[in-house]
Design a protein around this ligand. Structure first.
Ligand SMILES: C[S@@+](CC[C@H](N)C(=O)[O-])C[C@H]1O[C@@H](n2cnc3c(N)ncnc32)[C@H](O)[C@@H]1O
Length: 442
């Protein structure tokens, strides 16, 4: 059997639907009782085990969910639905190699099914396996020729893998067919900026503004400024939030394995060397998924995270080392914090989104205790560039001498930026520097 259609008579489908509704409503006990009856009635029907998987997931039992999905595949190994459900579950549980194995098998079973393709593409994205995602998206574009969502995803993946020309050709086709397609116009404007074609970006941003003249969409306004050749002060909060809400689930995997990002380990080591008893208060600005806290472990003081994305906070919370989180903009958090509270303020890979640091640096100085440290990273603008540069990636780069001057003006001891590759992107190092600025002891 290689069809995704349900190969069963449908009285059971109706009863399973009812059980699904119970699960959605949180009535898990009743759902379990009814499902047990069905297992006894039809032990060879894989749909029952897929429902068991959903029930176990809703009950917070990942092991049980995995067992149930594996059972579904065992009773009907060639049913692509069960295989893709298992693949997706494994991906949700961060077991990416196994998830991809099952996704490949599902494509072998029925690679022309839109359902199968949609799910395996989701698995590939979660596994950050862009080559496979692109392969399956290309297949999906031929099967679902008129589907613009698939083509938008393909364009996004081509952009993410450093192939903007291919992305542009898709956006061109989509916009030609639907000149008011907001997502395509936005995608083309961003891609055009990345390739230096500001005229095209400006045209698209102006079309977006003309479509919604009262639009307060901060993202459109941001790109409009960039397309006009200006450097905005910062990325709008909404842009940051939606970017990281969308990537929170696979952020760590992408950053650590794909992008070889090591700053949290390195900075945790610096902190542990300077405060060997770990008696200190730490403010982690833009704490993300809490990698710094995870590397540092429990400290004997307050560990506080500031973060715009609630989904990132959800991930950080799981480490169990942060005492609290403030879901606010870090500039507001700095401004609202009383004097002399923290021994260390960290801001790792976050000023690339904040840009202008004229308020952040003096505020950090003020809220540090005497002898405290402000530790942050910046992407590097060259000395013959402006003090603050917006890169085609839409991340800000700072000039080290300017950052040093701002730190000194705030009262910090002279800093020696440590220049290094902060991470890799499309296999190219991203050059930056780490600053450890010390507030003089009283
Ligand atoms: C690239 S991640 C780095 C996370 C973490 N510092 C690390 O090193 O793993 C940047 C994080 O900063 C957050 N962020 C960006 N701008 C922010 C702002 N203005 N206020 C608070 N959080 C912000 C983002 O939501 C994201 O989670």
């Amino acid at each position: 059997m290689t069809s995704t259609a349900t190969p069963f008579p449908d009285a059971l489908a109706r009863r399973l639907n009812r059980i699904q509704k119970l699960i959605t409503a949180g009535d898990l006990k009743d759902a379990a009782l009814k499902l047990n009856v069905e297992v006894k009635r039809s032990p060879d029907d894989p749909r029952i085990y897929l429902m068991g998987m959903r029930l176990a997931e809703a009950s917070g039992n990942p092991g049980g969910a995995l067992e149930a999905a594996q059972r579904a595949v065992k009773v009907m190994p060639d049913w692509p639905v069960a295989v893709t459900e298992l693949a997706l579950l494994l991906a949700r549980q961060n077991q990416f190699p196994e998830a991809m194995e099952h996704a490949e098998r599902a494509v072998q079973l029925d690679g022309s099914s839109p359902d199968v393709l949609t799910r395996v593409i989701d698995v590939a994205h979660r596994a950050q396996s862009f080559d496979r995602a692109i392969e399956w998206l290309l297949r999906a574009t031929t099967i679902l020729a008129g589907n613009s969502d698939v083509r938008l995803l393909l364009a996004r993946d081509w952009r993410a893998t450093g192939q903007p020309e291919k992305a542009l050709s898709i956006y061109d086709q989509l916009i030609e067919a639907h000149p008011t397609d907001r997502v395509a116009l936005m995608g083309r404007a961003q891609t055009a900026i990345a390739t230096g074609n500001l005229a095209l970006a400006l045209r698209d941003c102006e079309s977006l503004m003309a479509m919604h003249p009262n639009d307060e969409d901060a993202e459109v306004r941001f790109y409009l400024e960039v397309a006009r050749g200006n450097t905005p002060n910062r990325q709008p909060q909404e842009m940051v939030r939606s970017l990281f809400d969308a990537s929170a689930e696979y952020f760590d995997r992408r950053l650590i394995t794909g992008l070889k990002y090591k700053l949290p380990q390195e900075v945790a080591k610096v902190i542990a060397e300077r405060y060997p008893d770990l008696k200190l208060n730490v403010l982690d600005l833009g704490c993300g998924t809490g990698l710094l806290g995870a590397c540092l472990g429990r400290i004997q003081g307050a560990m506080v995270g500031v973060e715009l994305s609630t989904k990132m906070i959800d991930q950080a919370f799981k480490h169990g080392v942060y005492d609290r989180f403030h879901n606010v903009d870090l500039l507001e958090a700095l401004e609202a914090t009383p004097d002399s509270l923290y021994d260390v303020i960290a801001a790792l890979d976050v000023f690339v989104y904040v840009g202008e640091l004229t308020a952040a640096i003096p505020d950090a100085y003020r809220i540090l205790r005497p002898g405290g440290h402000f530790i942050f990273s910046c992407e590097q603008a060259l000395e013959d560039e402006a003090d603050l540069v917006l890169r085609p990636t839409q991340r800000f780069a700072h000039k080290a001498s300017h950052v040093d001057a701002m730190c000194r003006a705030a009262g910090f001891e002279p800093v020696t930026p440590e220049f290094k590759a902060l991470r890799y992107e499309n296999n190219e190092p991203v050059q930056g520097f780490l600053v450890i600025a010390r507030k003089p002891a009283a």
